[in-house]
Design a protein around this ligand. Structure first.
Ligand code: C5P
Length: 211
């Protein structure tokens, strides 16, 4: 039986990561967080002292770093030159530059290839911004988890994390290459007024209806 992918896209702090994790647990699948991959490149650019606006510098860096994407405890793990940046991937310095880094076509080409490679390891749930539209456009399993901006800001601050959510969404939705969109064939779940349990149940019934 060939491996399949469940694509989960949506804006920052929409609840898509939590839903993706729960779905992967329930279905016994690998869970791949693609935001962490873009964050790892952003983090590496900081280590290398490259300005986020220095597109050529970032592209040149891609050839110099050793990027390994693997799986640990059924979740994705990214090593840059052998280092797992861990919590540093969620720091302000990364938040404020990751959207600029993710807008570079060469960065996306490299990471999308690695994202597709994950399917060799098994069936998976993958979350991001362009999974249903670009990475796995042929999968029948596509969800787009949304929430009002007010709710998303409240959720992110409840996590105790300062984040430039609105700024990132604006950049992610307006970039030329693979902007955040509702993919063709995706089902939108507006989680604004829903509990996580309700969103997971809704997601499960949508997936079941697709076979
Ligand atoms: O999902 P997360 O908020 O951690 O993603 C961080 C950033 O990575 C996003 O704001 C976006 O710029 C970029 N990203 C992307 N495409 C994806 C996943 C994340 O451009 N598939």
């Amino acid at each position: 039986k060939p491996h399949f992918a469940i694509a989960i896209d949506g804006p920052a702090a929409s609840g898509k990561s939590t839903v993706a994790r729960r779905l992967a647990e329930k279905l016994g699948l690998i869970m791949i967080n693609t935001g962490a991959m873009y964050r790892a490149i952003a983090w590496a650019s900081i280590q290398h002292g490259i300005d986020a606006s220095d597109t050529e510098g970032v592209i040149a860096m891609l050839d110099r770093i050793d990027l390994r994407c693997g799986v640990r405890d059924r979740g994705s793990i990214i090593l840059v030159d052998g280092v797992d940046a861990g919590d540093a991937l969620r720091e302000d310095a990364v938040n404020s530059r990751v959207s600029a880094i993710a807008a570079i076509p060469e960065v996306r080409r490299l990471l999308v290839e690695k994202q597709r490679d994950y399917l060799e390891l098994g069936s998976l749930v993958m979350e991001g911004r362009d999974i249903g539209s670009v990475v796995f456009p042929d999968t029948p399993y596509k969800l787009y988890v949304d929430a009002s901006e007010e709710v998303r800001l409240a959720r992110r601050s409840a996590e105790g994390l300062a984040d430039v959510v609105s700024q990132r969404d604006k950049e992610d939705s307006s970039r030329k290459t693979s902007p955040l969109v509702v993919a063709e064939g995706a089902t939108v779940i507006d989680s604004s007024e829903m509990t996580i349990e309700e969103v997971v149940d809704e997601a499960m019934s949508i997936l079941k209806s697709k076979g």
